[in-house]
Design a protein around this ligand. Structure first.
Ligand SMILES: NC(=O)c1ccc[n+]([C@@H]2O[C@H](COP(=O)([O-])OP(=O)(O)OC[C@H]3O[C@@H](n4cnc5c(N)ncnc54)[C@H](OP(=O)(O)O)[C@@H]3O)[C@@H](O)[C@H]2O)c1
Length: 327
């Protein structure tokens, strides 16, 4: 079973490795709904509690899928979802350019938050969400206003804990002053360690957990270093461009040697390294395959000694990955 830790200073205890359901929407290749449900069940059976979705994934379909997987067993999961990226054309929002070359429409207003939450609850077929994140801060709405609206949902019993995603240390401080934030979700992996600079020290000071998204580098750190197929969302990730991919393969190849020496897989090395960065780090790897959920959760039992950690540190520093930031 996976080791359990408190989520932030005031949160509940849960398995340190979660499950990210975004991959079940075909962003990284086709996915089958029945297989997806079996994969989520496998995760729960293996002691994964944190199941991560968002209203944006599959334009609401991902929440429906997760809701159907949790039918009759809602209490086994620590259910996390997000709002703030607008898919509905009738809703307004501010344009936010992403590092993947496409813009997102963001709305963090109080009225939109209320509508988004009720829609998420309906799709997830639940009375309450365990952790409700703001997916991206709205450039047009002060974060205090958004978090105030989110806090109203806690008071109404529709949400247990609040989270933020893709925020700066300064935004977290402002938000946390309005209502306690249990967790911040941010990209964190061996090829994206920028969170260590300002964000993680602030989270530690405030007693907030860091939930690491794309902990396997969207597959690259698990050994999937081929050029993505057409229609794969990774084509927009600068680290997967033909030129950067060639550089990154060379730069990160020594990690495979370390994994082989230790008799573990690349994915297990990447996840074990994250778990060794502190008890407040909760990676949420995504996979469509049941057997890989088992492989990934086994990373929780891998011990990396100081010498190995030092070698990894030397190989995968901030800036080692060729290709710009994604936020
Ligand atoms: N807050 C945000 O803005 C944000 C952004 C991105 C992601 N997220 C969250 O983070 C979660 C995880 O991120 P992610 O899915 O982007 O990336 P990831 O977990 O780093 O990587 C997923 C990819 O790795 C492959 N994979 C998983 N385990 C593997 C293994 N043991 N061996 C080989 N390949 C393996 C999967 O392929 P197979 O399916 O073929 O196994 C999939 O293509 C998402 O589901 C989502 O919940 C949040």
């Amino acid at each position: 079973m996976i080791e359990r830790r408190k989520l932030g200073a005031g949160g509940p205890e849960m398995g340190r490795i979660g499950y990210g359901a975004m991959v079940l929407e075909g962003y990284y290749g086709p996915s089958d709904d029945s297989q997806a449900v079996r994969t989520i069940h496998r995760a729960l059976d293996l002691g994964v509690s944190m199941i991560d979705t968002a209203d944006f994934y599959g334009n609401g379909h991902n929440e429906v899928l997760v809701g159907s997987a949790l039918k009759g067993q809602r209490d086994r999961a620590f259910l996390c979802t997000k709002f703030g990226i607008v898919s509905d054309e009738s809703e307004s929002g501010s344009e936010l350019m992403t590092g993947r070359g496409f813009p997102l429409k963001i709305n963090g207003s109080a009225s939109y938050a209320g509508r988004a939450l009720d829609a998420s609850l309906r799709r997830l077929k639940t009375d309450s969400i365990d952790l409700w994140y703001l997916h991206y801060p709205d450039p047009a709405t002060p974060i205090e206003e958004t978090v105030d609206a989110m806090a109203a949902a806690v008071r109404a019993g529709k949400v247990r804990y609040l989270g933020l995603s893709n925020v700066s240390a300064e935004q977290v401080r402002r938000a946390h002053a309005v209502h306690p934030i249990a967790a911040v979700q941010y990209e964190y992996s061996l090829w994206r360690r920028e969170a260590e600079r300002d964000l993680l020290p602030s989270l530690r000071e405030l007693g907030i957990a860091l939930v690491g998204w794309s902990p396997l580098g969207s597959g690259f750190l698990a050994g999937n270093t081929d050029t993505p197929q057409v229609n794969d969302v990774r084509n927009g990730d600068p680290r997967y461009s033909q030129q950067n991919l060639t550089v990154n393969r060379d730069r990160f190849a020594p990690l495979s040697d370390i994994a082989a020496e230790l008799g573990i897989t690349n994915a297990q090395l990447a996840l074990a390294w994250l778990l060794h960065q502190g008890a407040d780090i909760f990676p949420i790897p995504g996979t469509r395959r049941e057997e890989r959920v088992l492989e990934n959760t086994k990373a929780a039992s891998v011990h990396l000694n100081a010498g190995v950690l030092q070698r990894i540190d030397g190989l995968a520093r901030i800036g080692t990955a060729s290709g710009g930031t994604l936020l």
